[in-house]
Design a protein around this ligand. Structure first.
Ligand code: AMP
Ligand code: ZN
Ligand code: FE
Ligand code: FE
Length: 288
């Protein structure tokens, strides 16, 4: 594998639930020899300015991104936006709506945990998130600190997963809304980690992607830390069928997900830089 040609188009910083600052993360990416990274924090663009400055400082291409949580019936759907203009009015409005929904959701989860005999305070979450957006991983880590569970994984599996006893829904955007917002802000909409849609068959995944393609989806994250080779091949085939740009990323979160390495995922990941070229070509076509 030639690291010189690898990029990572899905990473999280302290602006959401990653543990590296935007500048720290860009420095790591440059040090690792990656050709480009896209910063894709959950429902926020707060880390993008710092990341862009760091890109110039460390000499690495930094693509502005965001990862929207989508309200979907099955599994978990996330939509990545690439090359979004952070100053765009419709993006700002959408992000403040989604962030408000998140702020309403966290107290609900804390209430449920309290009822289960596992109190966690809002203040300690604010302390550990250091001003970044608070999500379930922060709550899970607090539960480990209190000794309620042994690991973040256990906190999710027993209480915080979708349908778990302390779970509260957060997403308010439909797929069409998210795709529309991303397009209005000048970006490309890419379905994140199709594995998390939890489609049981290839046909089910094909149908789900087909529906999104009709709504204007531009790309599909085929190379991903949790995609086995067979699943990646299926994604590449489906992306080709619907003329979607195949993209990829590790979903690096730093210490918050220590098993995932920047650029490398679980060890063997290399997202080819051709993905960035294909995104740029698609963007150019849209402008014409
Ligand atoms: P939220 O944004 O609050 O819905 O939380 C989503 C975050 O939780 C994402 O960063 C996921 O990577 C993380 N997450 C989801 N399931 C698990 C799990 N089983 N173990 C650890 N982290 C998880
Ligand atoms: Zn995350
Ligand atoms: Fe995601
Ligand atoms: Fe992510």
């Amino acid at each position: 594998m030639d690291i010189d040609n690898c990029c990572d188009l899905h990473v999280h910083t302290t602006a959401s639930d990653g543990s590296d600052s935007p500048e720290g993360l860009v420095a790591l990416a440059a040090g690792a020899g990656l050709k480009a990274i896209a910063v894709t924090d959950h429902d926020t663009t707060a880390g993008l300015e710092e990341a862009a400055r760091a890109g110039k400082k460390f000499g690495i291409e930094v693509i502005p991104g965001v990862e929207f949580s989508i309200n979907s019936q099955t599994g978990d759907m996330h939509m990545l936006g690439y090359y979004i203009q952070a100053g765009s009015g419709s993006l700002k409005t959408a992000l403040s709506r989604v962030q408000a929904a998140r702020a309403r959701r966290n107290p609900l989860i804390l209430e449920r945990l309290e009822r289960l005999g596992m109190p966690v305070s809002q203040e300690e979450l604010e302390e550990t998130s250091k001003g970044g957006q608070i999500g379930r991983p922060h709550i899970a880590r607090a539960m480990v600190r209190h000794g309620y569970v042994n690991s973040v994984g256990e906190a999710f599996a027993r209480y915080l997963r979708k349908g778990g006893s302390a779970y509260a829904p957060k997403s308010i955007l439909t797929p069409s809304e998210a795709i529309g917002i991303i397009h209005e802000s000048g970006g490309l909409a890419v379905l994140a980690h199709p594995i998390s849609l939890a489609c049981e068959t290839r046909d089910a995944l094909d149908n789900a992607v087909s529906a999104l393609a009709l709504k204007g989806l531009d790309g599909m994250e085929c190379y991903y830390s949790e995609h086995g080779r067979d699943f990646m091949e299926i994604c590449l085939a489906i992306a080709g069928k619907y003329r979607l740009v195949a993209t990829g990323g590790s979903d690096y979160h730093g210490k918050a997900k220590p098993q995932i390495a920047l650029g490398r995922g679980r060890g063997g990941l290399c997202v080819p830089y051709e993905c960035v070229k294909a995104l740029k070509a698609k963007l150019k076509n849209m402008e014409i």
